[in-house]
Design a protein around this ligand. Structure first.
Ligand code: GDP
Length: 434
């Protein structure tokens, strides 16, 4: 947006990563949906059914947890990479529901043979651990954490294992045994781990979708096709770079896109960071720019800030440029997409946190610990609101002057050019022109 225009170079190149730059729910689904029009292959690289992307197509709303949102564009190949953990029951359920609603996913969805599978016993462990925990993480209870733990503990079951029913059943039986012991330790009923038969319920459908995702992507790029790598959750929830321990169990940041899709980092041309025009957080953990109660309720209603997976109300706050600048650095952003600008249309004044102060010290780097982040004082700057609708704007120049000034300030503070602005949930409500 520098020099009064949008810098859309970040949206070009053969291989683009779209990554969330706050605590998730930034509107990545919408941004991926817009960019998917120009891509041939869309792949997810981490996370599981805890991510919920909401995409509006005409008047129809689709909530996708596992299948990449690119599926709503006819003819696109949609892949789940090795870095993803997949709940097969939900995955095939989503495919079947899409088919029922007239979106034909057959032959268009591929699942990495190296991806790990989430079974009912992982969900039982997730619930039991959260029930027993003194300090709750606020997980979505989908078994994602225990499935990633099994992966790094070398106890996991991969998609490829299920292609051989006997071997698959053996590995699942060992997983269930382990889960029963752990449930016992947590004081929970070990029968909640379920049976091998239950865990194998949809294993017979795996050959429909199993593929070598890294190989497919490499071939697509070699053939000059465009590939979009779609992240789930956000930078501040990354297991290494987020507000540990209130984080998700995978690396959400752009570096993980290469690992989780099965390609080398040099294959990636651009990284688009998605930021909401304000901040939200679902689940527990610090949120330095949290609104006061009245404002929290107002913006939650205006922005419809309720979790797509759990329906939980999201906590809301002012735009936090300290998080934005940190995300720009750890993701190597080449451009940002600002979403939900329209939600701020009625506010008389808008604040931006330009940085943090901690124990009297200014300009501290983004803290490594949740307790420090809890203790920081945001340093605010107040900008005048625009108090006019932005939902019909299709060019940057259509936006009120104060809205452009707000975007410009975000861009300056994050240190990355704006490539796209979203002004409504619909596919058409997007600005990619100066
Ligand atoms: P994601 O997981 O990052 O894709 O985010 P979610 O899907 O959980 O949340 C984004 C929500 O905001 C969805 O309900 C979208 O339809 C909606 N949304 C996306 N972009 C915009 C926008 O620019 N304005 C408004 N009002 N809603 C938007």
């Amino acid at each position: 947006m520098t020099d009064g225009g949008l810098n859309t170079a970040a949206l070009r190149g053969s291989c683009t990563v779209v990554v969330g730059c706050q605590w998730g729910d930034e509107g990545k689904g919408k941004v991926v949906d817009v960019l998917a029009g120009g891509a041939h292959v869309i792949a997810r690289y981490q996370g599981g059914a805890n991510a919920g992307h909401t995409v509006l197509l005409g008047d129809r709303q689709f909530i996708l947890h596992q299948v990449p949102s690119g599926i709503l564009h006819p003819g696109k190949r949609c892949l789940l990479g090795n870095g993803v953990v997949v709940d097969l029951v939900q995955f095939f359920g989503e495919i079947d529901r899409l088919a029922e609603r007239g979106v034909d996913p057959r032959g268009r969805v591929g699942l990495s043979t190296r991806a790990h599978v989430v079974f009912p016993y992982h969900m039982a462990l997730d619930h039991a651990a959260e029930e027993a925990a003194r300090r709750k993480i606020g997980t979505t209870g989908r078994g994602i954490g225990p499935a990633y733990e099994a992966k790094t503990g070398r106890r996991g079951v991969r998609v490829a294992d299920l292609l051989d029913r006997r071997r698959g059943a053996e590995r699942i039986a060992r997983g269930i045994e382990w889960a029963r012991r752990r449930l016992r330790d947590l004081g929970a009923d070990e029968a909640r781990a379920g049976t091998v038969e239950e865990a194998m319920a949809v294993a017979g459908r795996v050959p429909e979708v199993a593929t070598d995702v890294g190989r497919e992507i490499a071939r697509a790029l070699a053939a000059g096709k465009r590939v979009l790598l779609e992240g789930a959750q956000g930078t501040a929830l990354d297991v290494d770079h987020g507000t540990y321990p209130y984080v998700t169990s995978s690396n959400t940041t752009a570096g993980a896109a290469a690992v989780g899709a099965g390609i080398g980092p040099t294959a990636i041309d651009s990284v688009v960071g998605v930021v909401k025009a304000y901040t939200t957080r679902v689940g527990n953990g610090p949120l330095p720019t949290a609104f006061d109660e009245a404002m929290d309720e107002r913006v939650r209603e205006l922005g419809g800030e309720f979790g797509a997976t759990t329906g939980r109300p999201r906590r809301c706050g002012w735009f936090d440029a300290a998080v934005g600048a940190y995300a720009a650095r750890v993701n190597g952003l080449t451009g940002i997409a600002v979403t939900k600008l329209d939600v701020l249309d009625t506010l008389p004044e808008i604040r931006i946190a330009t940085g943090y102060r901690l124990r009297g010290e200014a300009d501290i780097p983004f803290p490594a610990t949740a307790w420090e982040l809890d203790a920081v004082e945001p340093v605010y700057e107040t900008l005048p609101g625009w108090q006019a609708p932005t939902t019909e704007a299709r060019r940057l120049s259509d936006l009120p002057r104060n809205a452009r000034a707000y975007l410009h300030r975000i861009e300056e503070l994050v240190g990355t050019p704006i490539a796209m602005v979203s002004v409504g949930a619909r596919r058409s409500q997007v600005i990619t022109e100066p």
